[in-house]
Design a protein around this ligand. Sequence first.
Ligand code: PBG
Length: 334
Amino acid sequence: MRPTQSPFPATRLRRTRQSPAIRALTRQNSLSVDDFIWPVFVRAGEGIEEPIPSMPGVYRRSVDKIAKAAREAADLGIKAICIFPYTGIEERTEDCAGAWDPENHANRAIRAIKAEVPELAVMTDVALDTYNINGHDGFVEDGEIVNDRTVEALVKMTLAQADAGADIIGPSDMMDGRVGAMRQALEAAGHQNVMILSYSAKYASAFYGPFRDAVGASGALTGDKKTYQMDPGNSDEALRLIERDLREGADMVMVKPGLPYLDICRRVKETFGAPTYAYQVSGEFSMIQAAAQHGWIDGEKVMMESLMAFKRAGCDGILTYFAPAAARVLNGQR
Ligand code: PBG
């Protein structure tokens, strides 16, 4: 238990803030490059690095450029990268067959990274939205996002990613029962060491807007994702989802978005003690970048402060588009 504070002047709480050395000594939490998972966007073509207007400083890259970016990330000390495919409307279908095609851009990127940067952990995204003509994470039948048929497709997608060499599977779809189905299929296929980092507590959030531009889903999406993603008013439900996913075989769990949901991160970490991650999503990133570009905030300082907030809330790591920039700051490279 905490001792009761003795009164001023016996206790001057400013004493431990008096110099950089003392502040460093008494600092409770710290940030390290080991804490980051870097989300990247891969697209068709070669030699392409195209900026995403709603995410200043973020690019869609062809497979060759992704491999190069992965090398640079590893050289900065980053330990993990997460691959999201961009698909044009012409590559999207109702049956979402591209999702489990071993030769899709995402799977080619996994193989290229594992060949060139084997020490880097590669995480994937499992959901149908980037291959679906209507932009939803599951199959749509008569206006309903159907669960069980979607889970079968997600399992095929998972196995294709594991076969390509993925280390960490990232189901972001919010269908019920997918983690258990994926875990069983991985075991049966001899992929018992492939991990699952489940997007367990994923909210139906407007903070995903820029991401949907980045993956080409903005024009495609009809309606919203409220029948599968969580209601922002809920907190206990997040714990039930995490408990369920851990029981079904998730190795790590995620809360998403990040900063607006730090209360959930704290509850999850305290309740389960499992490896807990937060996703600082596209809208959170772009708000900081936009304000910094206007000169309204110091972008670098706000970036570092926002990342520290996740550690303070109990997270073990953060998926963040800032990973390379923050790594450079931590390495003293700027
Ligand atoms: C989709 C997916 C989304 C994000 C990651 N995976 C968007 C959505 O659910 O619509 C959002 C990431 C971000 O905003 O940075 N399966």
